[in-house]
Design a protein around this ligand. Sequence first.
Ligand code: WT7
Length: 663
Amino acid sequence: MSDESSQVTAAYSGRDDMYPPPDDFRARAHVGSEAEYEAMYQRSIEDPEGFWGEHASRIDWFEPYDTVKDVSYEPGNVHIQWYEGGVTNACYNAIDRHVENGKADQTAIIFEPNDPNTEEPEHITYSDLQERVAKFANILKSHGVEKGDRVTIYLPMIPEAAYAMLACARIGAPHSVVFAGFSPDALADRIQDCESHYLITADEGKRGTKRVPLKDNADKALEQCPDVTHTLVVQNTGGDIDWDDDRDVWYHEALETVDADCPCEPMDAEDPLFILYTSGSTGKPKGVLHTTGGYLVYTSMTHEYVFDLHDDDVFWCTADVGWITGHSYMVYGPLINGGTQVFFEGTPTYPDASRLWKVVDKHDVSIFYTAPTAIRALMRQGKEFVESTDRSSLRLLGTVGEPINPEAWRWYYNVVGNGECPIIDTWWQTETGGIMLTGLPGAVPQKPGSAAKPFFGIEPEVLDGAGNELEGACEGILVINDSWPGQMRTVYRNHERFQNTYFSQYAGKYYTGDGCRRDEDGYYWITGRVDDVLNVSGHRIGTAELESALVAHDSVAEAAVVGYPHEVKGQGIYAYVTLIKTVDPSNELRDELVQYVRDQIGPIATPDHIQFSASLPKTRSGKIMRRIIRKVASQEFDDLGDTSTLADPEVVEELIEKRKSVD
Ligand code: WT7
């Protein structure tokens, strides 16, 4: 990795104060002491096959597997296989087996709709879920969807999103969920990449008082996707939409034509379960492919241990099904464990900033899992919104998606949790399938801002830039030695890209793209991405994607995008734009470019700042010095490092002057 792309942002290292688990929490926890965690961890590392063999029995297999693990990280021959020979089905494990085992009438999903003043929550039992998913699956089949066909899902956070995913799993059709905040172009790219012929969407999504025009977006996307033969449309708002009789089908009408009898397709352990697109440092988003057996074992096991799940818990993960957190900890992990969980269509600030805590009270939520960006946003609204609610049902809090600054951690702990609930900081990635680093809440004392310790079977290592393993307390690049069952298997139809992205940097290691520090107690502190990937409000966006969106505009000659510290979003998007000679900078053009990027990618990619600059600092060989523009965007003017290789050092002075005039 070159100096140009290294971006070890300042760690939220915080103070090393410790928050041990409360005694009552520890007393009933699955893992209730550090010694117990250590012993189980050691066993998992010393005898991975024995360990993962034992824990495979947490899911039901139609046919037993032959080998626990067959993995190679060898360049050119990377393959990752778990539980080969085993036959199972994700939907069977998530629903049918619970119905068969006495949980038919237990609530699987509590749906909390967008507007508490006009809409009622819905309790969906495991038997309701079975019926709805089986019917959904029969609709797909009646439209010709077969095992192996890719189905694209572009839905808001309504229960039909879970039905759709599970219906695909039931018949063995890998799903590709596209976050409902993505634009028509982004949706079209993803449909084309996985050659999906089937799209499931809704008329509109609801976000507070806003409506998201999903069907309109889908119509625009499908202008570029002639191979899509069917669009199944869920009626969510009843809003006006265009209709294509040859292609569009109402879900509620199709339901009238099918019965609830649909067997679960037997799937090999390594058959694909889903594709989920995520941004990298180069090129277009990658189709991360997850398979069946290992993913089910890993997500359900991490969900049980990391959240210390018990039968009486109500679990609420506030993510969206469009991200991996929604796949692993809203759909597969919790349902495989037969739990009860909340699905929420609304936003944290509608009708007001007490919304999340009112939902906690309404449904007696005991485990609450969210992102630091949400905590920071709510913190700014004031603690009155929290304190006006009860929250006594809560017993565990979690965070995911980005480093949490100790100030937000303490607010979460003291204000939301009343100083009574442990907080688990969970580090993982779309690629890892499930949680990799965290402190098990009944066993490991927490340090604000640290993702603590590895989960069972996970062997993190910290390397220096040259690839040497660092020992003890250190700071460097985070890699993972060896495999775990939830790991992604390939980039969809691009195994070479998979090998190059994750296994070519350091021989025999999985490269995470993150920097980290390990302290003297063996705790891990994630310092942020070391590649050209931004983390904006916990969402991953490649700078290359943003740059290509900008340069596609007629007036733009060159663009360079970097991240900078942002109080609420964690990282903000800072774009340097050089215009073509015949166009002058203006505020109108700036607004137009912001809109242009939103149209191409989606609102999550909205640039926070666009700085017009006549030129950018480059090396003599013409390469943009990203390290410098990153420091300028972050206002670290005194710390620019070596500028001696610049072709034209004056450019930097000009950038700094302009940066000072932007707030
Ligand atoms: C990147 C992965 C895993 C679900 C959400 C994001 C960052 C994730 C943490 C954490 C510090 C974190 C990393 C990682 N990240 N969790 N607890 N502390 N950083 O999934 O979109 O695949 O992004 O998010 O940089 O590489 P993703």
